[in-house]
Design a protein around this ligand. Structure first.
Ligand code: SF4
Length: 253
């Protein structure tokens, strides 16, 4: 059974073309800027939106058969746009066996499947999913092992996993969340570029920080640690991008 958060149709920021994103619950990291706090735990959570007078419970256990019909609804859009299904989270790789079953079924229907991962899991999990995926969207958050440790991750493991995916010929796209006061100062940016060059990366996607998750924290009765952090200015973004462009082909989402 899959620990499902929700299914989002017509996603355009989760890989190529028009995609349906399947959000799974449960994450082994705790990034303080996370905009999907409802997906951190595997258990269902209750969100109460006071201003809307609305309460919803996020999280349920479903079978692959339960969700396949909904994922097939947009098959025509996937085909005409070069899209497909992206499995995100949380950290979806914690449910590697379930991903294998889901992606195997989607493959029978000719649908492209990507997994969006922070990559801080044993490579054995990737070995389970590699044979049935078209690739990964792989987040790289810092070149500083202490910073990774603080958010619950492991820099060495993340870099090793990228290197092993490359060695195994598995496509993946590196995505870098640009988080103020975490990885956007010049030293951090250069160090991240150098780390990625060591692994042999040639292209990156930059994802500027946003505060779209703020209302979810409020609905969960929690304070969002980044609620007062302003988004990067255009000038800050331009400077950061120009450094990445010295090393890589760069796209900004
Ligand atoms: S890895 Fe992603 S889902 Fe998990 S805490 Fe970090 S930002 Fe949130």
């Amino acid at each position: 059974m899959i620990n499902l958060s929700n299914i989002q149709h017509f996603s355009v920021g989760d890989g190529d073309g028009i995609r349906t994103t399947v959000f799974l619950k449960g994450c082994n990291l705790r990034c303080p800027w996370c905009h999907n706090p409802e997906n951190l735990t595997a258990d269902p959570v209750c969100l109460h939106y006071k201003n809307l007078g609305k309460t919803e419970t996020v999280g349920k256990r479903v079978s692959v058969e339960d969700i396949i019909p909904e994922l097939l609804e947009d098959k025509d859009f996937y085909e005409t746009s070069g899209g497909g299904v992206t499995i995100s989270g949380g950290e979806p790789m914690l449910q590697a066996e379930e991903i294998f079953t889901l992606a195997s079924t989607l493959k029978i229907h000719g649908i492209s499947v990507f997994v969006d991962t922070a990559g801080s899991v044993p490579y054995d999990f990737f070995k389970v999913t590699n044979p049935v995926l078209d690739g990964y969207l792989f987040d790289f958050k810092s070149a500083d092992s202490e910073k990774y440790k603080k958010i619950g991750g492991n820099l060495t493991l993340v870099k090793d996993n990228m290197a092993r995916l490359m060695a195994d010929g598995i496509p993946f796209k590196v995505r870098i969340p640009l988080i103020p006061d975490f990885n956007t100062d010049p030293d951090s940016v250069h160090a991240m570029c150098e780390n990625l060059c060591e692994v042999g990366i040639s292209k990156v996607d930059l994802i500027p920080f946003h505060r779209l998750g703020t209302s979810k924290y409020e609905a969960m009765g929690q304070s969002y640690p980044y609620k007062d952090t302003p988004p990067l200015t255009d000038e800050e973004l331009r400077c950061i991008k120009s450094v990445y462009e010295e090393y890589f082909s760069v796209k900004t989402e």
